[in-house]
Design a protein. Structure first.
Length: 179
């Protein structure tokens, strides 16, 4: 989400909270909250042009927030490599799936989330893993990076520029012995 989207989302939330508070104040009965709501409505009625401008701005901002919610995330550009017969396009989703499958083969890795970016010059991988408690984390990470690099070269035919591994957790259960 872009910074401007966050700012507009926060502004819309503040406007909605304010208007909701005014409505709640108007139904609460006598006293200060009710007087505030009446004064607010009187100021809106006496300043029709300003109220119309503010109303249009609120409608536009709200429509923008709705469009933001319905927006489909843009997918990363595919990697395009040339072969003797033509071009091959490999999506980043495919690269990430290959990375996840390769990471599951590494002893000590409980689960993995992979993200990829790159071009025909090479791939950068980001792996977030959970490991078992009875393994050496540096050894698991080294094995993971080696397996990912070999898988990318074997399956896609591209080198791996870098691999960023984050160990996000340690599983509670012991690892299963591999056959």
């Amino acid at each position: 989400m872009k910074t401007i989207d966050r700012v507009i989302l926060i502004a819309t939330a503040v406007i909605i909270v304010f208007l909701g508070s005014v409505v709640l104040a108007s139904v609460s009965g006598g006293g200060f909250p009710n007087a505030f709501a009446i004064a607010f409505y009187d100021s809106v009625a006496s300043n029709r042009i300003a109220a119309a401008i503010i109303g249009i701005a609120i409608v536009l901002v709200t429509l923008y927030v709705i469009m933001m919610a319905l927006r489909v995330e843009e997918s990363a550009e595919p990697i395009i490599t040339g072969t003797g017969l033509g071009d091959v396009q490999i999506s980043m989703a495919a690269v990430e799936a290959i990375a996840q499958r390769a990471a599951q083969k590494v002893d000590g890795v409980r689960n993995v989330e992979a993200a990829a970016e790159g071009n025909e010059d090479g791939i950068t991988l980001h792996a977030r893993i959970n490991v078992y408690p009875d393994v050496s984390i540096p050894e698991v990470c080294e094995n993971l990076e080696r397996e990912l690099s070999e898988a990318m070269h074997a399956v896609i035919g591209l080198p791996v520029k870098s691999i960023h591994t984050v160990v996000k957790g340690v599983s509670r259960m012991e690892s299963k012995p591999r056959p």
